[in-house]
Design a protein around this ligand. Structure first.
Ligand SMILES: Nc1ncnc2c1ncn2[C@@H]1O[C@H](COP(=O)(O)OP(=O)(O)OP(=O)(O)O)[C@@H](O)[C@H]1O
Ligand SMILES: [Mg+2]
Length: 327
């Protein structure tokens, strides 16, 4: 049996528009998606802003009712058997609040355990185990107002695990964390998987999805546009391409458009750094295809720094699939 089976799930929102003449219009957030997640699998949902990731997670965690389609969680029907599903799943949403700053970590968890009607003895035994699991052992008696964002996020994960769910839904768990905090949280996620949990994760960070996920669904405009292992996605979608990174300084969007239109260029995307940008040029023709790009930049009077060919990454596959929209 699969942990999660999604069949043609669809969700429409009624969005209000206008201030004086209030009207409603329909926004289709999820347009009939289907996928399966095996037990113990770490499955990623990747896609640009507004792609429908959170809506999907909200439906699968019984917080939002689908308009049509169906889904099974551990064999239970999402709509008809929601009460059977809830004790078996846990979830966190990125940038979530809802911890009590003046309480210590232990009491925060005890508060939620109480809400979930967990007997105090069980809670007192379970909470230290959870704190250890998320790398907060020995910190239980500290008030969380002194916790870093990463520590708070790991406490959220502990909160989601209180009732020992089989499946964990993590919507952008590393949102807003610094690199160290994010890395620690990724370790926690892998630890959870090694303990047999099934995990569905959404993220905007490609390297994170590449490093963590067994399989990834790329979702755009409410539809799944690709679903495979990270390796498979790279092979299928950018296996025939080379990528050249060109360092530029102050490149206008209009020039990027013209580069995309050059012969022999599959697509190009720009990554912004402080004073400079890296132009990622995808081409099926190898490095020589970059010569016209460099000529164009020169004609525009733009300063060019390093030019470096490299292996395509998951991000390159993503850029090709969702057409240069940033994640
Ligand atoms: N409560 C709501 N009312 C109306 N429209 C909504 C509502 N929630 C989401 N939407 C719309 O549904 C679409 C999908 O939103 P969703 O939050 O699922 O995307 P997402 O992939 O999680 O994006 P992000 O990466 O920004 O978190 C968007 O067009 C969004 O504007
Ligand atoms: Mg979201």
């Amino acid at each position: 049996m699969n942990a999660i089976t999604v069949d043609n799930l669809r969700r429409v929102y009624l969005a209000k528009t206008g201030v004086i003449r209030r009207q409603t219009k329909e926004v289709t957030a999820v347009e009939g998606i289907s996928f399966e997640v095996g037990q113990g699998e770490l499955f990623g949902l990747l896609g640009p802003n507004g792609a429908g990731k959170t809506t999907t997670v909200k439906m699968l965690t019984t917080l939002l009712i689908p308009n049509s389609g169906s889904a099974g969680i551990l064999g239970f029907d999402l709509v008809r058997q929601a009460a059977d599903i809830r004790p078996r799943i846990g979830f966190i949403f990125g940038g979530e609040r809802g911890l009590y700053w003046r309480l210590n970590a232990f009491d925060n968890l005890r508060y939620f355990a109480n809400l979930y009607h967990m007997p105090p003895d069980t809670a007192n035994k379970r909470i230290p185990e959870l704190l250890e699991l998320v790398g907060l052992d020995g910190r239980g008696d500290e008030k969380i107002e002194g916790f870093s964002k990463g520590m708070k996020q790991r406490l959220h994960v502990a909160r989601a695990l209180l009732h020992d769910p089989d499946i964990l839904f993590l919507d952008e768990p590393t949102l807003g964390l610094d690199p160290v905090g994010a890395r620690e949280l990724r370790h926690t996620v892998l630890d959870l998987q090694s303990q047999g949990k099934t995990i569905l994760l959404t993220t905007h960070y490609m390297f994170e999805a590449d490093a963590l996920c067994d399989r990834i669904a790329i979702i755009n405009h409410g539809q799944i546009v690709a679903l495979d292992t990270p390796k498979g996605l790279k092979k299928t979608h950018v296996g025939d391409l080379s990528v050249v990174d060109v360092e530029v300084f102050g490149i206008p969007a209009e020039v990027v458009e013209r580069i995309r239109a050059l012969d022999g260029i599959e697509t190009a995307s720009v990554e912004d750094f402080d004073q400079r940008q890296i132009l990622h040029v995808q081409t099926p023709l190898g490095q020589q295809a970059v010569a016209p790009v460099l000529r164009l930049l020169e004609t525009e009077g733009l300063r060019v720094g390093s030019v470096a060919p490299r292996e395509p990454t998951l991000e390159d596959a993503y850029v090709r699939l969702v057409g240069g929209e940033t994640a």
